[in-house]
Design a binder for this molecule. Structure first.
Ligand SMILES: C[S@@+](CC[C@H](N)C(=O)[O-])C[C@H]1O[C@@H](n2cnc3c(N)ncnc32)[C@H](O)[C@@H]1O
Length: 313
């Protein structure tokens, strides 16, 4: 077992809320799209008798760690190293037609952030990487050193909501004319150098790191197609549950749930529906479920978490 797997640590967020929301049928088939350290997966599979769990993660270290954690239930678990965007193909490859529940616990694990050489953290000096799947080709290094001024501005504004974007981008462009920006530490110094000395935005590099991570892993673009694929895979009465960690993700989940609950895609001024699309989901909680006061106190990472759930109709 490699060291990274051996030391995998991640405290699952809103564990009991997710398990309650999924209304687990002991004979059902469930998909954990973001297995991570296997925390949610463990609680799901331990409630199954004849059922089955498909545990997916795009990070091979997570798949290995989840495999270890779930080993007591190995006859009921199928581990898949893939992007959950490929859910339809994954299920087809396994000969599964319909499932009873799908969970997505989006974003990165504490383990990924805490493993310095993955380059996710602005607190640890490391090569600029940030890939969840280390077989992917796009790295943070490519984004920081090769993206045009317009592309950098777009991702810092859109994915980081960073108000000092123009100054930060200018500083990056100036610096990379001299030599490539190789490490997270160098990037942090560049961002910090243009930030006002007094500000109340937390760590200056927080939003830039979030933006680059979202870009490297295509995190926002996959939410809508992945929820559509999950909805198609669900049997009637099956549940889709999604945990998000920032407003951009939560908005994407909320919008996709609303679109699938509406069904009809005709323009609002059409007198009658001509598209014929019927609602596929019913949203179960209009407002997102939030972590309890107790969880907020014991796990700071849960601070920004929101859980949205819907049922297939
Ligand atoms: C917040 S952690 C999940 C933690 C897990 N629920 C637990 O209890 O241990 C998110 C995980 O999702 C994985 N992930 C993120 N986006 C993914 C995607 N598009 N496809 C597959 N895995 C993804 C990450 O690699 C990471 O391991």
């Amino acid at each position: 077992m490699n060291k990274e797997v051996n030391t995998f640590s991640h405290v699952s967020v809103m564990l009991h809320e997710c398990i309650d929301a999924l209304r687990i049928d002991p004979k059902g088939i469930y998909v954990d799209c973001t297995a991570g350290g296997g925390g949610h997966s463990y609680e799901i599979v331990s409630r199954l008798t004849e059922g089955r769990l498909i545990a997916i993660d795009r990070d091979s270290a997570a798949i290995e760690a989840a495999g270890n954690r779930l080993s007591p239930f190995s006859d009921k678990v199928t581990l898949v190293h893939d992007n959950f965007l490929n859910l339809s193909d994954i299920l087809e490859g396994l000969g599964i037609n319909k499932v009873n529940g799908v969970l997505m616990d989006l974003g990165v694990s504490s383990h990924q952030i805490d493993t310095a050489d993955r380059g996710f953290s602005y607190m640890k000096d490391a090569p600029l990487d940030m890939r969840m799947n280390r077989e992917d080709s796009l790295t943070a290094y490519e984004v920081v050193n090769r993206y045009s001024e317009e592309e950098l501005r777009r991702i810092f504004f859109e994915y980081g909501e960073e108000k000092y974007t123009p100054k930060i981008v200018s500083a990056i462009l100036k610096r990379r004319e001299e030599s490539p920006i190789e490490t997270t530490g160098q990037l942090v110094d560049i961002v910090a150098s243009v930030y006002p000395r007094r500000h109340d935005e937390g760590h200056p590099a927080k939003r830039v790191f979030q933006a680059i991570r979202i870009e490297v892993n295509g995190e926002l673009d996959i939410i809508s197609p992945a929820i559509k694929a999950a909805t198609d895979a669900l049997d009637i009465g099956g549940i889709v549950a999604v945990i998000t960690f920032h407003s951009l993700e939560d908005r994407a989940v909320k919008n996709e749930f609303s679109a699938l609950a509406r069904g009809c895609t005709c323009p609002p001024d059409f007198p009658v529906c001509v598209c014929g699309n019927k609602p596929k989901l019913k949203v179960l909680n209009k407002k997102p479920i939030l972590p309890s006061a107790q969880e907020l106190e014991s796990n700071s990472r849960s601070g920004s978490a929101k859980l949205r759930t819907a049922i297939k109709i």
